[in-house]
Design a protein around this ligand. Structure first.
Ligand SMILES: *Cc1c(COP(=O)(O)O)cnc(C)c1O
Length: 485
């Protein structure tokens, strides 16, 4: 374990070179009530300025991001983030404005919002968007609230259930649950797609809607989507599109044309804004015309040459976030879409699919691929072949760390045992993909010849295997003298 900064404490060392403060202490004690004045010195480490800088610089090199290397984290679309997007988000006219400023002083920002709503509608085939939700899961929440509000407005209160396929991301049932729906699971068939018979048999007039990811979490396109839409709509339900996998069809097919009524888009996945470790994200929610009135408010509108926020939406589910969404993320995604243009977005989607299929083809001799056919932007392998030697998917993922890769997503989706979900994205070169293939082949060979080596991995990482259950249940997030971590 690296030393914590508290453990580098050298009493008496000085970590700043500023002149002493000009405001005498009595002045402070006049403005701060006596009971709030600190009586003892803070228990902070004493460390010289250069050692403090070294400490944090060293820590920064321990973080792994897409700028360090290959990051094939399935479902997360960890593509390269063009640096010009950061430049755009930092422009003083964007970075320096305040959410309470009058609308006529932030016309540029509002224009960007308006155009973003329009572009997302065009890309996805929907009729309108609200940019408020702060992440995919938040967009789901807003979307499911819209579904609920729609049925309630039609006096159709018996619809208390939401259907979710067994391959779905955990946030789907969670979102439905938070909104108060009962979740009904729909089975996948042998081909990894929604089982139409199961769907039909569970569809009743109590179902408010079906949440679907397409391409689904197995990386497969739901070929029966039109049939699925008909089944749901004929029963009076709505179809929700989880847009996390939009990268696989971007510019080629649109959820709005497939029959989806409500969708969210993960700007921080498909449209290349850096994310990880929980944020920041952006999950705009989009709808078809009959649901426009329910969108979270405000929506940005254009009146003549002026842009303004429209709060006058009586049926709106309300505000789902303070102010106007994660503005910086929206600026980056806007710059990304504008830079690529329609053709560029299409090419990005197509190359994402090409890269995934290339890897799938290259890995199939050494790894079991449960659904080995044309995939979209990601695919699943598992450790069935390596299991003979007691090597698990977890171990393969840990061994990848030794070779300088970020491991793919593991143990998701739940319906494939020992799943490893690989999403290379379009921004990786053939050379990088070939390197990854070589590494995966080396690990397969190690698993056969020296399984212990793989099962004990990682050998080179600072932190080896952690007790994940205890780490999640009893996190130690605060340093305390004498407490061993
Ligand atoms: C990432 C993801 C989500 C949730 O999105 P967040 O932005 O992480 O909240 C939902 N569904 C799928 C399929 C995902 O991959």
């Amino acid at each position: 374990m690296p030393k914590l900064i508290f453990e580098k404490n050298v009493p008496g060392s000085n970590s700043f070179s500023l002149p002493p403060g000009q405001i005498p202490n009595p002045a402070i004690s006049k403005t701060i009530p006596a009971q709030f004045l600190r009586q003892e010195a803070l228990n902070l480490p004493e460390i010289s300025e250069v050692e403090a800088v070294r400490h944090f610089t060293e820590l920064s090199t321990r973080a792994y991001g897409v700028d360090n290397g290959f990051y094939p984290l399935g479902s997360c679309t960890m593509k390269y983030n063009p640096k010009i997007n950061e430049w755009a988000a930092r422009l003083p006219g964007f970075a320096g404005i305040h959410p309470y400023q009058p609308e006529d002083t932030v016309q540029g920002a509002l224009q960007l919002y308006y155009e973003m709503q329009e572009m997302l509608a065009e890309i996805t085939g929907m009729d309108g968007f609200s940019l408020q939700p702060a992440a995919g899961a938040h967009g789901e929440l807003a979307g499911v609230m819209i579904i609920k509000a729609y049925h309630q407005q039609r006096q159709d209160a018996k619809r208390t259930k939401i259907m979710v396929p067994d391959s779905a991301h955990g946030t789907n049932p969670a979102s439905a649950n938070v909104v108060g729906f009962e979740v009904i699971e729909v089975k996948s068939n042998q081909r990894g797609l929604v089982d139409l018979e199961d769907l039909r048999s569970k569809m009743t007039d109590e179902v408010a809607g079906l949440m679907l990811t397409n391409p689904n979490t197995l990386g497969l396109f739901e070929e029966d989507i039109q049939e699925i839409a008909t089944i749901v709509h004929e029963a009076g339900g709505l179809l929700y599109y989880d847009g996390a996998n939009l990268n696989g069809i971007m510019g080629v097919a649109r959820p709005g044309d497939m029959g989806f009524d409500v969708i969210h888009v993960n700007l921080h996945k498909t449209f290349g804004t850096p994310h990880g470790g929980g944020g920041p994200g952006s999950g705009p929610v989009g709808v078809k015309a009959q649901l426009l009135d329910f969108l979270p408010k405000p929506i940005t509108v254009k009146q003549g040459e002026e842009y303004r926020f429209n709060y006058d939406l009586p049926l709106s589910i309300g505000k789902v976030k303070n102010f106007y969404g994660n503005f910086g993320v929206i600026v980056k995604a806007y710059a990304y879409i504008k830079a690529l243009g329609a053709e560029g977005l299409k090419e990005a989607g197509q190359h994402a699919v090409l890269n995934a299929n290339y890897l799938r083809h290259q890995l199939r001799d050494d790894y079991h691929i449960p659904l080995d056919r044309l995939c979209k932007h990601e695919f699943i392998i598992n450790s069935k072949k390596q299991a003979e030697n007691g090597v698990t998917t977890l171990s393969i993922a840990k061994r990848l760390i030794d070779y300088g890769n970020h491991p793919p997503t593991i143990y998701f989706p739940l319906i494939v045992s020992e799943a490893m979900m690989i999403e290379p994205t379009e921004t990786e070169s053939k050379e990088r993909l070939d390197e990854f293939v070589q590494t995966m082949r080396t690990i397969a060979r190690e698993a056969a010849e020296n399984p212990e080596l793989v099962s004990q991995a990682p050998h080179k990482a600072v932190i080896k295997r952690v007790d994940e259950v205890t780490a999640a249940r009893k996190p130690v997030v605060k340093w305390e003298a004498g407490v061993k971590i």
